[in-house]
Design a protein around this ligand. Sequence first.
Ligand code: SF4
Ligand code: SF4
Length: 226
Amino acid sequence: MNLNSKLVALNKIFNVYTEFADTINTACKKYCSVCCTRDVIMTSVEGYKIIGHILSEDKIHLFERIKASSALKRFQPKITINGLADLCKEEDDLPEVIKTLIGKCPLLINNTCSVYPDRPFACRCFISIENCAENGCAIIDDFVLTVNNIFLQVIEHIDQDGFTGNLTDISLFLESAQNRENLLAGKFINQPSFLTNNHPLKILMIPPEHRDRAQPILKALKNITY
Ligand code: SF4
Ligand code: SF4
C-alpha cells in the first residue's frame, strides 16, 4: 500500500475509533494532560501525518522541542504490537517492557497538544474512567484495552512495510525531507536501530469474553476502503 492510501486508511480508522470512544464515559477533558508523556509510541505513517501538520501549519519551531527531547530518557520499543501477537501465538517468552513514565511530551505546550487533529492513535486511545491526576494513575476499562489493541494491530498492519518507535525518534527521522521522500516513494529506508520494523497482522489479541462484543468494531474496520 502506498503512503497516500495508508493516510486515507488511517483517517478512516481514526473515525471508527472516535465513534467508539464517544460511547465511553471518561474523565478526560481539555487541558487534562498528565497522560502526555515522552513515552508515546507510533508508526511511521502516523509520524508522517504529524510532520505534515507541523510543516503545513508553519510550526517548524516544534522541531527544536523534539530535538531537546531526544537528549532525554524515553521508552524506545524493541518489539511492535503485531510482533508481540506473533510471540503469543507461538507461546514464546515475551520481552520485558520497561516504560520510563517521566517527562512531558515535547508537543505539549500550555497543557495543549500542538498537533491535536493529527495526534497519533496512542494519544487518542488513552481514555481513563478516573481523573489520572486525582487518582494517581489511569483506570482503563478491560474492553477498551482490548479494542485499543485491535486498533493498534490494524494500524501497524496497514503500515506493515513501515516502522514503529517513540514519537520523538520518528518525528526527528522524518524531519529529513530525504527520509520523507523515501517513505513516500516506498523505497527501502535504512532507519536507525531504535526504530523497529512493523509486521503484518496474523492474529488478533482478543480475549474470549470480548469476542462477541468486538464484532461491530471488527466489521467497521473490515469495511474500510482506501
Ligand atoms: S487519560 Fe487521564 S490525564 Fe489523560 S486526559 Fe484522560 S483523565 Fe486526563
Ligand atoms: S502528541 Fe499531543 S496528545 Fe499525544 S502526548 Fe503529545 S501532546 Fe499529548
